[in-house]
Structures are given as structure tokens and as C-alpha cells.
Ligand binder design. Structure first.
Ligand code: AGP
Length: 368
């Protein structure tokens, strides 16, 4: 394994650092051909124009990719998108609109609950299914009419990292393509999205370079029993993903909340023993996030903030700031995934856990 790991200590660390490449490989075809239906298979040119909505089914980290996609799909494509945990969906009397595209998201393509949810959706009358998957010819893409393969390469660490960010970029491509088909994306807008995609691997590399600063924070988390992650809008699912990463590999209890929800309950938990991670990009919600941060500070909670270079945060008493790259617009959740992955990794190292094979977990959950 040491040969395969090269300069890295764990597969998770290696896979975190492979993200600029995994993302360039995944978007290459989009940069070459533009946002065309054929990205999703030969049948897509016929299928996409008929769609009036999207239903996303997935588990774990892949589910959080779906939650992020909902924001893109509703705002860019202008169609309704709902996202469900596959293991819940498969056992409920769900409403099925035949013109809503079922999108399954799965790194392995073998997750039993996601596979069963897909079969169930078809049995309820959904006509069309797209699989976003990292493993070619696995069970879920084989059962789907439309397929988009992420090109993350083999992911060995149980904690998903590069599969997640490549899923996000694929879902962004789906949102823009659907928007184009529906006449909602102008040529100028398309050119701008392509430009943002082109710059993405560079911004991700920038975020990776923050590793020493993030590592310096890790000892402050390693000694704690709990952590809270806050984000708003497109970055709320990234807060969820950050909390899941920390739970999985460091065994620290972590929760994520959309910051505006704090005062409806979780603020009661906040004291000096509760480190609070805030994802605070310079977007329309920044001022709201700042006032949520004051609510935490007033209760003695220590803040660890990932803020864009242009969001003007500075360190102060109980407020630690790491500056992420300049705000990259609509793809910002992808860039902000990186620091929360790195934080979880270094906290786990500080606690001495088995990072690549955390207790009680399997890479691919093929049982119920
Ligand atoms: C992620 O870090 C997890 N280990 C887990 O939540 C995973 O994302 C989930 O089991 C879904 O797997 P899949 O993408 O292979 O379907």
C-alpha cells in the first residue's frame, strides 16, 4: 500500500489531494462539448425536454450532494427538485410524477437501499432514471436509462471525499443542461458557467493549500466531545457533510444546522465546550451568517470560520478565521467541501483513529 500512497499517510488524505485532478477529469467532457444532453447518454436528448421535475434518491454523502443540487436545479433549471434518503423513500407511499426524472447518486453503484429505491420509483410510475456513479458498469447505472460517470478514480477511504465533489460538479452540469433545454440559460450565461467550471480545479487547489492552517485547529477539536457546523443556503449541505465526515472518522458527535435555525433550539447547546464551525462565503447570506455568529459568541461558543478572502473577517477573541479562495460564485459549495474534509482528517489523526477504515462502517453498504 505504501507505494500506492506515495507521499500520503492515508488513502483519505491522498483522495482529498486528488480532487483538482478528479474534478478536471470529470468536467473535461463538459468543457469540450458544452452543456449538451448527450453528456447523460444517447437517450437524454429525447428525455430531458419532457421533464417537469427531478427526484433525487441517495444515501449518506451522496444524499448531501443531492441536497446541494436541489438549489442549483430549482434556480438554474427552474423545475421542482426533491431529494430523499433512499432507505426512507423505498418504504413510503410516495407521490410519483412520471415526468419527474429519478436521479440516483452513488459512488459505488452498489448501495442496496439506493438500488431498491430506484426499482421502487420505477414501480410507482417514474418513466426516466439517471444514475450519477463513479464505478462503471455497477448495478445502479446498469439499471438506469441515463448515466453520467464521475471520473474520480477508485476511492478506497471509507469516508467519501473526491467522489462527493465530482458528484457535485456532475449535478451542476445537469442543472445547467436542463436549464438550457428549457430555454432558461442564455449563451452568455452558459459561457460564464463554463468559465467558472474551468477555474474550479485551481480554486480547489488553493483550498488544499490551507492544510497547515487547518491542521493547526485540529487539536482544539480533538479534545472535545461535540461540534456544531453551520452554513446557509447552498452551504448548508456542506455543513452537513462536514459534520458527517467528523463523526465517521473521529467519532466526535457533530451536528449541522442552517445557521438561521439556531435560535429555534440548538443554541441551547452552545457553551465554551462546543466548537462551532461556520462556512461563511461572501454570498447574499453573509450578513445573516454574521449575526448568527454573534448569537454563538454571546453564549461563549468558540467560532472556527471558513470565510472567502473577500468577506472581511478577522480573528478576534474566540473567533478563528481561515480564508478560503476568493468567492467563486455558484460553485462555492465545491470549494468549501475541501476545508471540512481536511479538518475531519486531522482531528481523526489527532485522536488516533483508523482513518481509512473507521469502526462499524463499510465502504459500500450492500445489505439492508
Ligand atoms: C460517506 O463518507 C459514507 N461512508 C457514506 O455515507 C456513503 O456516502 C453512503 O454509504 C453512500 O454510498 P454510495 O455513494 O456508494 O452509494
Amino acid at each position: 500500500a505504501s507505494l500506492e500512497l506515495g507521499p500520503y499517510s492515508h488513502f483519505m488524505q491522498k483522495e482529498i489531494h486528488e480532487q483538482p485532478k478528479a474534478l478536471s477529469d470529470t468536467i473535461e467532457v463538459v468543457l469540450d462539448d458544452g452543456f449538451v444532453p448527450e453528456l447523460f447518454g444517447p437517450a437524454a436528448a429525447n428525455v430531458l425536454p419532457q421533464l417537469t421535475g427531478v427526484k433525487i434518491l441517495a444515501c449518506g454523502t451522496s444524499y448531501y450532494a443531492g441536497l446541494t443540487a436541489k438549489y442549483w436545479i430549482e434556480s438554474i433549471a427552474g423545475v421542482v427538485c426533491d431529494v430523499e434518503i433512499a432507505s426512507e423513500y423505498r418504504y413510503r407511499d410516495a407521490y410519483a410524477d412520471p415526468n419527474h426524472l429519478v436521479v440516483t447518486i452513488s459512488q459505488s453503484g452498489e448501495t442496496l437501499d439506493t438500488m431498491e429505491a430506484l426499482k421502487y420509483a420505477k414501480s410507482l410510475g417514474h418513466q426516466h432514471a439517471l444514475s450519477i456513479c463513479n464505478v462503471r458498469e455497477s448495478a445502479i447505472p446498469r439499471a438506469s436509462e441515463l448515466v453520467f460517470y464521475t471520473r474520480a478514480g477508485a476511492e478506497i477511504g471509507v469516508a467519501s471525499t473526491k467522489a462527493f465533489t465530482t458528484q457535485l460538479v456532475s449535478l451542476f452540469a445537469l442543472a445547467v443542461t436542463l436549464g438550457k433545454v428549457r430555454g432558461r440559460v442564455s449563451a452568455e450565461q452558459e459561457a460564464q458557467y463554463l468559465d467558472e467550471l474551468r477555474h474550479l480545479p485551481g480554486s480547489v487547489q488553493h483550498a488544499l493549500n490551507l492544510e497547515p492552517q487547518i491542521k493547526a485547529w485540529s487539536s482544539q477539536f480533538a479534545a472535545k466531545n461535540d461540534a456544531l457546523f453551520l452554513g446557509r443556503g447552498l452551504h448548508y449541505p456542506i455543513a452537513l457533510e462536514g459534520a458527517l465526515k467528523l463523526k465517521e472518522i473521529s467519532y466526535i458527535h457533530a451536528e449541522a444546522y442552517p445557521a438561521g435555525e439556531l435560535k429555534h433550539g440548538p443554541l441551547a447547546l452552545v457553551d465554551e465546550n462546543m466548537p462551532v464551525v461556520v462556512i461563511a462565503p461572501n454570498d447574499v447570506l453573509l450578513e445573516k451568517v454574521k449575526s448568527n455568529m454573534q448569537e454563538v459568541r454571546a453564549r461563549g461558543g468558540e467560532l472556527f470560520v471558513f470565510a472567502d478572502a473577500d468577506s472581511h473577517f478577522v480573528d478576534s477573541d474566540g473567533v478563528h478565521v481561515i480564508r478560503t479562495p476568493r468567492h467563486v460564485g455558484v460553485l462555492s459549495p465545491i470549494v468549501h467541501s475541501i476545508p471540512v474534509q481536511i479538518l475531519a482528517y486531522h482531528v481523526a489523526l489527532a485522536r488516533g483513529t483508523d482513518v481509512d477504515k473507521p469502526r462499524n462502517l463499510a465502504k459500500s453498504v450492500t445489505v439492508e
